[in-house]
Design a protein around this ligand. Structure first.
Ligand code: S3P
Length: 178
């Protein structure tokens, strides 16, 4: 696919932990003229510690404050493809900020698919205490409304490969399809 002109907005990739935001964003970077950024990596870099350490030392609220700050900073730029942490849309203020200069793309997957992708990871404080399909399913259900209300586009990833998912994103995004 030809690399088109730069986007005059940011693409905000959202969705539950392990849905594949980082993988999809890495592939999309090869297909679109965007600059990819990982919100969690930027937060960790700024704090000088891992996300798990931030939760451990300062608690979830502090991490959420850092997320809000980062969304504000990224909102001053354009043509970014931002892979957001799974909880970035939990605050309505974040969603409002994300919508100001961005299009929000929601990736979804079943709790079983998510479990298979995250079960060996110890880096997600929200899941560390109870890594199970049922906990993932409950948490997903409690967040579903927030995700769906925030999303401009929804892409289901179950049973699709990375290229199929990216093709769908590109087709649905404003100004990217050929
Ligand atoms: C979180 C998701 C994580 C990270 C933090 C909290 C969440 O990001 O921001 O552990 O509350 O869903 P990923 O979705 O990239 O795992």
């Amino acid at each position: 696919m030809e690399r088109q002109k730069k986007l005059d907005y940011n693409i905000m990739l959202i969705g539950f932990m392990g849905v594949g935001k980082s993988t999809i964003s890495a592939r999309l970077q090869e297909l679109l003229p965007v600059e990819t950024v990982e919100m969690d990596a930027l937060i960790a870099q700024k704090a000088g510690m891992t996300i798990a350490e931030i939760f451990d030392r300062y608690g979830e609220e502090h991490f959420r404050d850092m997320e809000t700050e980062m969304i504000k900073e990224l909102g001053n730029q354009k043509n970014l493809l931002v892979s957001c942490g799974g909880g970035a849309v939990l605050r309505d203020e974040n969603v409002r900020l994300m919508k100001e200069g961005g299009t929000i793309v929601l990736l979804t997957a079943s709790p079983e698919t998510i479990y298979e992708r995250v079960k060996d990871s110890t880096e997600r404080p929200i899941l560390n205490a109870d890594m199970s399909v049922s906990h993932i399913g409950e948490l997903m259900a409690s967040r579903r409304d927030k995700y769906e209300r925030a999303a401009d586009l929804v892409i289901s990833t179950d049973g699709k490969n990375v290229d199929e998912i990216c093709a769908e994103v590109i087709k649905k995004l404003p100004g990217t399809a050929e």
